[in-house]
Design a protein around this ligand. Sequence first.
Ligand SMILES: [Zn+2]
Length: 329
Amino acid sequence: MLAHDPGRGHPERPDRLRVLLDHLEDAAGLVRLRPRPATEDELALVHTRAHVERVASTAGQPRVVFDPDTIASPDSYEAARLAAGSLLVGCEAILADEVRSAFALVRPPGHHAERERVMGFCFFNNVAVAAAFLGTRGIRRVAIVDWDVHHGNGTQHIFETDPDVLYVSTHQYPYYPGTGAAEEVGRGAGAGRTLNLPFPAGFGDAEYVQAFHEIVLPVCRQFVPEFVLVSAGFDCDQRDPLAAMAVTPAGFAAMARACTEIARESAGGRIAAVLEGGYDLGALVDGVDAVLAAMRGTPDASPPVTGKGRKLEGVLARVRSAHEPYWRL
Ligand SMILES: [Zn+2]
């Protein structure tokens, strides 16, 4: 995954993963699982065969430009299969009771990848592959919580008619990729199972934490997931060079604790996170530390550092109104 190289100056660079591996090299109390590539059949749980073949055809090619953001180097196909497979390895270890929680530190990220389209640095939708894979292993209801600063258009679209996958996203809005309005709630049998919290630029810890407590936690509790997946992006950190939110490690700790709480209540503690975006190296290290601490059950007393909650009520009112037919909020 370090060998995937979208080109000089690209923010989704190998150093993102390298700093995390270096930082955690001597960390005590972690079980290191060996990644494996996702199989073509596993990828085809959520992607078309034609899409898998299109990405596969880049293997060994010097440089294939899908769009200005999404560029494959000779090793990108293998890296993308390992990224999806790493999360599967974590899920398998959790299902086998070898570990209780897992964090797949991977690149390329996944949540923008659509069923048949690469997009926004993403080739295969890692978290979607895992949610579908869990379905094949007898897990019926999966909640995906995505706090990356960008809306996970691919994940939403893949599951928007599926009543058994709850997709929850907090994201800067309006912003790339343009989807993620509060009124996008899922379709058909999946109505109500897409929960979008579109945030204006500038929201910090206080707004994120309050939104989790007033909306995300109550909806997840009523959904009663049997497994929790987290699309953990750290580009909503106030240090991130691409986006304009103001979350600090205290905010990530609180969100991660909320997710582990849900997992404990209805999913036997089963929770797996996967790295999405995050382009400031210090923010990545601090954010991953905060999530790992929450997964280990470390009590966290640090209060929100940023945010005043002033513009939050309007956002939450829109979300409540869009979801009134589906949840008690
Ligand atoms: Zn992102």
